[in-house]
Design a protein around this ligand. Structure first.
Ligand code: SF4
Length: 444
């Protein structure tokens, strides 16, 4: 039996596709290896969102080839899909595929093992590509499971390479969403994270929207929590929010991608909202979800961003009161409009701005965590073994840690009420709420 080892870069969609490929390889008689050294086949599922990501993929490929000269090496995913000409020349890889026809990967590997013919199969996207249903991913090592329900993006933000790597928007049919939620419940998963490349566009081609997918997952017994992956501010209509707010199992956490708090920069990024509209949207969402949390992505150092633009963005981020913010430095992507723009910002300035933004963000994050002290929240615990703390996430995606003495037993995959006693940097600590004992497994 051949052993296959996976290396995954990038987003939840890529992680989902890797877990699904594991199932496909197992179904075809391969064994999933948890060590690269003992693997016969190595699959590198790549990302190309940033320059930094690209160099990580290339160095991983070269190291793998050097370490395992006779292994079958597959380079797949967004990097080869968006950088076809360059990728084809990467002789370290025996098989190169893109983001389409993922299921074919195992056939290509089996053929290569037979005939040792190098294979490059990177199919171009067309306007009408269907959503590719993949094998059921077990996410054995994860407590929560991801479910990919949408792929592609039609927005073409000027800095972004993703539409070139993922094609146009397309959605998974709703019955397949239900079936996978049922399978996830059967293997004991309690939380599903719905994910996509542009999730907010789910269901457009079927006259549906994200609420349809959330409602159908909520109907499944055993699924206790549904979390939404990254969302673009478009499509967050009153009707959608009204329906989502009626789903008790929906976690009130919204990762609403902002990118900049400055209108001049948002316009240059081809983002389809102003800072004011974004702020109004967060207030609207709060009117449906009073206890919700907002997380986001913010970019600094976009071409032609002045000190004034940057300050405006920092002040805006402070005003919203995010619970968590991912700060990115603008990364030039060949083939994107922003790459051809004048006013490229020196790396030194980008780093300075990223530091300043991170400081401002830290203040918001700590202020948010302080506001939780004294509250009782429901936590899905994650780790098997307790080293100092049992840890898990609350519904608003706050990391919660409780000292091990709260329970000698593992709390993994248990939903438990915790009273928050203290906020720390990046997480809160607490104790199991009075009247709630994991031994009795009450309140599930
Ligand atoms: S919405 Fe913009 S940033 Fe997001 S994937 Fe699409 S093009 Fe990229």
């Amino acid at each position: 039996m051949y052993k296959v080892f996976f290396i995954t870069f990038g987003c939840k969609v890529n992680q989902y596709e890797t877990e699904s490929l594991k199932t496909t390889f197992q179904k075809n008689g391969y064994e999933i290896s948890d060590s690269q050294d003992s693997a016969d086949v190595i699959v590198i599922n790549s990302c190309t969102v940033t320059e930094y990501g690209d160099s990580g993929v290339l160095s991983t490929l070269r190291k793998a080839r050097k370490k395992l000269p006779s292994a079958v090496i597959v380079l797949t995913g967004c990097y080869p899909q968006a950088n076809k000409d360059f990728a084809e020349k990467l002789s370290e890889a025996d098989i190169i595929t893109g983001t389409k026809n993922r299921q074919e990967t195992v056939r290509l590997v089996s053929e290569f093992i037979e005939n040792r013919f190098r294979k490059i199969e990177i199919s171009e996207y067309t306007r009408n590509d269907p959503f590719e249903n993949l094998d059921f991913p077990e996410f054995e090592n994860n407590t929560r499971t991801f479910m990919k329900i949408q792929d592609g993006c039609n927005q073409f933000c000027t800095y972004c390479i993703i539409p070139y790597a993922r094609g146009r928007c397309r959605s998974r049919n709703i019955e397949s969403v239900r079936a996978e939620a049922e399978k996830s419940a059967l293997i004991g998963k309690k939380e599903i994270v719905l994910t996509g490349i542009n999730l907010a566009f789910y269901g457009t081609e079927y006259g549906m929207n994200l609420a349809d997918a959330v409602e159908i997952c909520a109907e499944v017994d055993g699924i206790e929590r549904i979390r939404l992956g990254s969302l673009e501010p478009e499509k967050m209509s009153d009707d959608l929010l009204k329906r989502l707010s009626a789903v008790e199992k929906l976690c009130p956490q919204f990762h609403l991608s902002l990118q900049s708090g400055c209108n001049r920069t948002l316009k240059a990024m081809n983002r389809h909202y102003t800072a004011e509209e974004y702020s109004e949207l967060t207030q609207k969402i709060r009117s449906f979800f009073p206890e919700c949390s907002f997380t986001t992505d913010i970019m600094v150092g976009f071409p032609d961003e002045t000190e004034e633009d940057f300050r405006e963005s920092v002040e805006f981020v402070k005003r919203i009161g995010f619970s968590r913010v991912h700060v990115f430095r603008y990364s030039r992507r060949k083939g994107t409009p922003a790459d051809r723009m004048s006013g490229q910002i020196p790396e030194r300035i980008k780093s300075l701005r990223a530091e300043k933004m991170a400081e401002a963000v830290k203040e918001s994050e700590e202020k948010y965590l302080r506001s939780l002290v004294g509250k009782t929240v429901k936590v899905l615990f994650e780790r098997e073994n307790c080293t100092e703390f049992h840890r898990g996430y609350a519904e608003d995606y706050t990391l919660i840690k409780i000292p091990c003495e709260n329970s000698e037993k593992s709390l993994r995959n248990q939903l438990i009420c915790v009273t928050i006693e203290e906020s720390r940097s990046g997480f809160c600590t607490g104790r199991i709420a009075d009247g709630f004992s994991p031994d009795l497994k009450t309140g599930q």
